[in-house]
Design a protein around this ligand. Structure first.
Ligand code: SF4
Ligand code: SF4
Length: 205
């Protein structure tokens, strides 16, 4: 199952994702018409500024289990398992803010929305652009992000890539030159590792 994957280190804070998100959730789905809509469509991805002056794309993680879903007493928050997506039903939302208090990531906002009853304030958050996905499109924020800070891919693939990247960074910054297999250095390293494993096993026993 594909998910939006965030690479915060690549975010340049250009806000293109937020514009694309707002337009994708407008009634007209076109930029210029969306600007004239009432209520004005708002983004469901939020760019935070970090201590280092860099952008940080913050969006719903579609947690499983989802704390917001558990906190919602009227049952307005539900999961579409097939897409790994947590959604809000604006008709059932009573604007009590329990979901925002439960969400560890601060990604829920309360305002009027094109998809809610006119004049009603409801909880609004990322819906993984489900309506776009059903039309064979990728989420709007991912399409708009040209710096590569947002991707849309299988989670396990993304996790493997991240592990490889961290391993590369550790080795390239450690200054360690690994000895070739079969050399004395290799045998020493191997013996040292074996001793460490044995020590760990003994201390656990
Ligand atoms: S709104 Fe928050 S708690 Fe709910 S699924 Fe998204 S990130 Fe998780
Ligand atoms: S479009 Fe990409 S680079 Fe620009 S603010 Fe959004 S996540 Fe960051």
């Amino acid at each position: 199952m594909k998910q939006v994957v965030v690479h915060p280190e690549k975010c340049v804070g250009c806000m293109q994702c937020t514009v694309a998100c707002a337009v994708a959730h407008s009634s007209s789905r076109t930029l210029y018409a969306a600007l004239l809509e009432e209520p004005l469509p708002r983004s469901r991805i939020h760019i935070g500024s970090t201590r280092f002056g860099r952008g940080f794309p913050n969006r719903c993680r579609h947690c499983d289990p989802a704390p917001c879903m558990r906190a919602c007493l009227p049952g307005a928050i539900y999961r579409v398992s097939e897409y790994g997506t947590v959604l809000v039903d604006p008709d059932k939302c009573i604007n009590c803010a329990s979901c925002a208090m439960a969400c560890p990531f601060g990604v829920i906002r309360y305002h009027e929305d094109a998809w809610a009853q006119p004049g009603k304030t409801v909880a609004v958050k990322c819906d993984n652009c489900l309506s776009r996905q059903l039309r064979g499109l990728i989420p709007a924020c991912v399409e708009a992000c040209k710096s590569g800070a947002l991707g849309f891919e299988e989670m396990d693939r993304a996790q493997r890539r991240k592990t490889d990247a961290v391993s590369d960074t550790v080795w390239s910054t450690s200054g360690v030159v690994l000895p070739a297999a079969g050399s004395i250095g290799f045998e020493l390293l191997h013996a040292q590792k074996k001793a460490m494993v044995e020590m760990a096993q003994t201390s656990r026993a």
